[in-house]
Design a protein around this ligand. Sequence first.
Ligand code: PGA
Length: 254
Amino acid sequence: MALRKLVAGNWKMHGLSSDLAEILEIAAASQQYENVDVALCVPAILIERASRAVPDSAIGAQDVHHAEKGAHTGCISAQMLLDAGGALTIVGHSERRNAQRESDAEVKAKSEAALACGLTAILCVGESLDQREQGAAVSTVLAQLDGSLPERPASDAELAVAYEPVWAIGTGKVPTTVEVGGMHAAIRERLISRYGDQGRSVRILYGGSVKASNAAEIFAVPDVDGALVGGASLQAADFLPIVAAAAAAQPRAE
Ligand code: PGA
């Protein structure tokens, strides 16, 4: 058995109705790559229209609240996301961990809420530049995992982990393939020690300045089961070559 690669786009706060055409183009062209899962996490307000426009594609959110409902002004629950046609959500992106001061405990609750609804949860972890320079990259990421992984991976919903070094996001800087491989191996080991054999089937994505020119070498690293792509996911012309690189990569034996 081998894990399929997952290439997920994170549109962040980009995208208007006029960009639905880009989503259509990405969805249509992605269909030729039958061995890759492709997903787009768009602004919440576009989810329903996007999922109606491309019903066979995975459209998702960039965050959900952990509660089912209640007095949480401005927030969206996992059930609402599902109701709008969403299939997945990112949780614990570093931009939210930093700007919204989301704690590991909150991220854990969000991942559990998403999985409980049957949504795929892409849980983000990653160290800052300071932490890497101090030699604390692996310990930082493992501590984030310990605090924010759901109690157990659901049997009918998918958990994925995205390793996104904060200093690589939107900067054009990427860790070496040795650094990526070392971190993904450490994450895999922690997933197995936490979930047993089920930890082997959790996809581990790399994120941070992934683009057409570096995708193939990143996908060739053991335990890189896909990518979370920000800037290069906004245009079909930039994103599709990344999907093609994933399709051409050798699947990892489980
Ligand atoms: P980037 O963003 O690809 O623009 O670096 C990745 C992310 O933040 O998920």
